[in-house]
Design a binder for this molecule. Structure first.
Ligand SMILES: [Zn+2]
Length: 216
């Protein structure tokens, strides 16, 4: 079973991806990890990608899809893969579907994590991180016992400088502008399921299992 997962930062995509990969025994391919691994391996594609990244340039689509091809033909993808962080643009989505068709690895489903702006704002702007041990809290959803103090080590809880509402709204708008056309295009070609990512972790996981349950 090959699955694509899409959702803005803060939608819980990372946590959910791990659970899906574990339960359905498919490889979780995060595009960031894929680039890092390719560069570390010292493969020709990895080294070429590194040149772009080192110069602060975008890795071209042909190179990215070549890396995806290499990655999804590895043995751990035999039972399927969960792709996370790619495609981000319409040309990349076209590349991916063409590749899936060529390799006879069709996408079973696209999971689109939808979350209300207000909920995302409260998740992100309420986030506090322990300066000492890195533990993560949320002033609304998961507060520490003593305000501003880490439960685990007593360290000071800080807000990351880019976790402000203003920056979040800019990031969300960018995501929306880039991703909406990709989702719309995919909807005409594959099964795209909207997941209510604003629900509790348990409820979101249930929604996902309802979708994937029968398609293993
Ligand atoms: Zn701490």
């Amino acid at each position: 079973m090959n699955v694509l997962i899409m959702g803005a930062a803060g939608s819980g995509k990372g946590t959910l991806s791990k659970k899906i990969a574990e339960k359905y025994k498919i490889a979780h391919i995060s595009s960031g990890d894929m680039f890092r691994a390719a560069i570390q391996s010292g493969s020709e594609l990895g080294l070429t990608a590194k040149q772009y990244i080192d110069q602060g340039r975008l890795v071209p689509d042909e190179l990215t899809v070549a890396l995806i091809r290499e990655r999804i033909t590895e043995p751990d993808c035999e039972k399927g893969f969960l792709l996370d962080g790619y495609p981000r643009t319409l040309p990349q989505a076209k590349d991916l579907l063409a590749l899936c068709e060529e390799l006879d690895k069709p996408l079973a489903v696209v999971l689109h994590l939808e979350i209300e702006t207000a909920e995302l704002v409260s998740r992100i702007t309420g986030r506090r991180i322990c300066a000492n041990c890195g533990a993560i809290y949320n002033i609304t959803h998961q507060p520490s016992k003593i305000e501003g103090r880490c439960d685990l080590c007593g360290g000071t809880l800080l807000q990351r400088s880019d976790d402000t509402e203003e920056r979040l709204l800019v990031r969300m708008q960018e995501y929306e502008e880039l991703t909406r056309p990709v989702i719309d295009w995919l909807k005409e070609r594959v099964s795209v399921i909207e997941i209510d990512a604003g629900a509790s972790v348990g409820e979101v996981w249930q929604q996902v299992q309802d979708v994937l349950g029968g398609t293993v």
